[in-house]
Design a protein around this ligand. Sequence first.
Ligand code: HMG
Ligand code: MG
Length: 288
Amino acid sequence: MSDRFVRITEVGPRDGLQNEKQVIPAEAKVAFVDLLSEARFPEIEVSSFVSPKWVPQLGDAAEVFARIRRRPGTVYSALVPNERGMEGALAARADKIAVFAAASESFSQRNTGGSIDEVLARFVPVIAAARAAGLPVRGYVSCVVRCPYEGPVAPGAVRTVVDRLLALGVDEIDLGETLGVAVPDDIARLYDGIAPAVAPGRTTLHLHDTNGRALDNARAALALGVRSFDSSAGGLGGCPYAPGARGNVDTVSLLSMLESEGYETGVDRAAAAAAIASIRQALRPAAS
Ligand code: HMG
Ligand code: MG
């Protein structure tokens, strides 16, 4: 693959919609995913098989997966926290699953109701089931720069979780800058810290954009050799258990930046904009 190719995973249907106050009807989510498929993203994170008590916004994951039109060549993935979620993902015929851990104990407790050790232990049967079904596994690490409860997170703490996820057998490491407060120097320190465990080109960077530096951070990561990013249509997103965090880096802004710097993504920017317009319409408060 060319060194100028950058892989974009559109996480708007999952990260974007999990943080909206309103619960969007499944029909609007399906229309959103179908339009994103037309934009030819290589991967779309469609939903989460998490507890609907924790994230009611995505309680219709099974219905959404059942109704989307799958474009050959697009990977339709889902977040899975435990064995119960894995059963849901398998029944829904997700193409890939994402397990999610954190580099900070407090965030792990608040987001997933368990310590880092407990959460990683839940992944053992999940990853075994994924292997048996031939599904690739993404391993997220959240709070790679800062935790909303503990403050700055040392790159060494990230490295420990990266090592443990790789030892469990994940295929891809996804580094979550959950709070969206990083600056380019933080990105350089992060990759320096994890370098012995995983090369930048084998990671995905998941940038939130609370402070407006996400594109600068993406540029810093590109210079280090990162060639896979998550982004969200319209810059929607955030984690309900990360107070203060704003949306993911906006997909169209990221695509424009990459294009202007001579990178290819294979994504149709105008079609991506149409998908954003459709979900914005669904998010508009009903006229009273
Ligand atoms: P818990 O309450 O500690 O565990 O939740 P539990 O086993 O006691 O389960 C509680 C209830 O949920 C039970 O129901 C279970 O059956 C049910 P009840 O008996 O009370 O009726 N349950 C489930 N239902 C459906 N699907 C399941 C499931 N599991 C249990 N899979 C748990 C533990 C992990 C389930 C919970 O903490 C959870 O769902 N957390 C998910 C939170 C979440 O989705 N956060 C956002 C995603 S992560 C993120 O945004 C960061 C990321 O974007 C990267 C970045 O930005 O850094 C990825
Ligand atoms: Mg996120």
